[in-house]
Design a binder for this molecule. Sequence first.
Ligand SMILES: Nc1ncnc2c1ncn2[C@@H]1O[C@H](COP(=O)(O)OP(=O)(O)O)[C@@H](O)[C@H]1O
Ligand SMILES: Cc1ncc(COP(=O)(O)O)c(N)n1
Length: 268
Amino acid sequence: MKTALTIAGSDSSGGAGIQADIKTMTANGVYAMSAITALTAQNTTGVTDIVEVTPEFLGKQLDSIFTDIYPDAVKIGMVSSAGLIKTISEKLKFYHAKNIVVDPVMVSTSGSKLLQDDAVETLKNDIFHQAILLTPNIPEASVLSGISIINEADMIKAAKIISKEYGCAVLCKGGHSINDANDLLYYNHEYRWFIGDRVDNKNTHGTGCTLSSAIASGLAKGMDLQGSIEFAKEYVSGALWAMLDLGKGSGPLNHVWNVYTDAKIINK
Ligand SMILES: Nc1ncnc2c1ncn2[C@@H]1O[C@H](COP(=O)(O)OP(=O)(O)O)[C@@H](O)[C@H]1O
Ligand SMILES: Cc1ncc(COP(=O)(O)O)c(N)n1
């Protein structure tokens, strides 16, 4: 069985973060492991508190994982603060981690800050150049490129700037755009759109986490980057189409829509 690791924060409501990643990897036939950066007290309406682990403890989680069950791919999500990012960077280098997908999580759908302001520079300098792919959403791509993004041409411009700066592929996700949910991949002077019809579903908590961990699952299974993105986009669209409706706010996706094919039965 192929293996994947998520380095991210825990979401007590199970829709985003570590929980979304483990569900995604498992539903797609990959053995999932986790190194937790922070615990969030969170539900579909918002985040009420965050407790970070220490960099030392995060380092021990990563040592335990890499010295035993080596991951075929690594997904990085909420990393919270500079000290934790430094530890992640050192350990990934030390263990020659491969197929690293970085979702530069900054703010939750519900509006809470998940990355400290002074940690953005550390994330850029210490992690990005180790990645095969960065998956910013539109607000994150805007912060990282320094340009405002209001249309698809801006998405291309922003992805190009980020890709040139860090020497890796960039997938600018279009979930926050007013048009269809089209995602833009830029790498090596070339770009490609991954087209997705917008699903009319207010429950989008965890879409970004789910997409990046599905991409990591594809890479772990030996698919190439574009094949992994195609597969991940289909998986997220299916999880939205399944129309799970839980919680009082922006609810979670149905991560097992592809395992139990009758969505009506599992949504009961
Ligand atoms: N309503 C929607 N219908 C279809 N796809 C969506 C919808 N909202 C988001 N997506 C897709 O979900 C993935 C995550 O995108 P996005 O929501 O922009 O990320 P984030 O959760 O990081 O803000 C992307 O592939 C995006 O196109
Ligand atoms: C622990 C954790 N990690 C990531 C997200 C972002 O997910 P979303 O943008 O869908 O709120 C989150 N809400 N919580």
